[in-house]
Design a protein around this ligand. Sequence first.
Ligand SMILES: Cc1cc2nc3c(=O)[nH]c(=O)nc-3n(C[C@H](O)[C@H](O)[C@H](O)COP(=O)(O)OP(=O)(O)OC[C@H]3O[C@@H](n4cnc5c(N)ncnc54)[C@H](O)[C@@H]3O)c2cc1C
Length: 388
Amino acid sequence: MEKYDVAVCGGGFAGVSAALAAAREGKKVILFEKEYMLGGLGTAGLITIYLPLCDGLGHQVSFGIAEELLKLSITYGAEGRYPENWLDSIGTKTENDKRYQVQYNGQVCAILMEQLLTENGVDILYGSYVVAADTENNKITTLYVENKSGRTAYAVGSVVDATGDCDIANFAGAPTETFRQGNILAAWYYFTDEEGYHLQQVGAADIPDEIQTDRKVPLISNRRFSGLDGKEISEMVCMSHQKTLEHWLKKRETNKNAAISTIATIPQLRMTRKIMGEYELAHTEEHTYFEDSVGMIASWRKRGPVYEVPFRTLYNKKVKNLIVAGRCTSVTETLWDVMRVIPCCAVTGQAAGTAAAMTDDFSALDVSMLQQTLRQNGVVIHEKDLLK
Ligand SMILES: Cc1cc2nc3c(=O)[nH]c(=O)nc-3n(C[C@H](O)[C@H](O)[C@H](O)COP(=O)(O)OP(=O)(O)OC[C@H]3O[C@@H](n4cnc5c(N)ncnc54)[C@H](O)[C@@H]3O)c2cc1C
């Protein structure tokens, strides 16, 4: 049986960041991805807006691979709604200025991420669904992957669950939680017309239950989706396709050259299942110092909040060599809506991948060593270390 030091499951922005970080630490890394491109929701899902690396008050808070991937995504130019690079005039920004976010070309970004991982020695296995895990003495020993070759077993040292749905934690018996509020329907697509090609956002972000205001999100369907049931996901995708068609037909009444160019090839689900970590970070914990912070994130929802991300939000002791990244991180339901976005997935991905390169027992890891490596790789760990 082939053995890898680090197995990364899922190749969205979290998985790409994790695989890159682990490979740069000199480990033998494999990345299993069920689709045939990298980037997950951020490419195949057509969610091509890299939300802010800054707090909206003039301070960059997410660094390292989160920034590297943002810059990579606009190698050949930014596009659409957020064409500007905030860093052009760093230090002069105020709360009225644009935030450090971009819109990018998803297809180009997927190819560039693939090249980056390959250059760094990551083995990418596409079309490969991780379907089961064996555990022994509270560690995952083997992952089972299904693809064109049939079912193959891989021996693993440590495992990063970047599936977005916490699939591996679920297979391995780590405690997980599902999204109570349920996903609303989205039908983002791309179309072309005489003026070029455009991202069409159909289905706005929901407002978390706990911070409900009088503001109502315009729903395109009243049905809610868990995103964890094969039949339900297929129904959701069919509904989403129907909404795309309706939306485009309406658009064509006034824009006769409008043509649908791309529909998503993975379901546009925001939150499904996450780990119950050793710590659960809450939206009220902005500007809180955590000794075991592994980086910082900002809130895309409003200017101001900065969160240090405790290492303990990435694992549960029950499965010692399993760490999560991205949408699966342990946060409250309200903060989930912040933690799920692309820059935050890259921050947790880098931390998880670096840690996975250092140990196969996360609760026993000396976090100061992890922080030291992250710092060497450009991450700013604590808010007090930001240049203000
Ligand atoms: C409608 C919508 C709008 C959004 N708007 C924005 C926005 O404007 N900006 C922003 O930054 N974020 C936005 N988000 C959120 C953001 O796109 C995602 O949360 C983020 O990209 C998730 O990254 P990830 O790597 O954690 O997970 P994913 O992108 O979901 O990646 C997980 C990957 O794992 C693969 N996978 C899953 N299970 C398995 C398995 N068992 N075996 C092998 N592979 C597997 C999947 O194919 C996928 O490629 C939006 C999300 C939605 C749905």
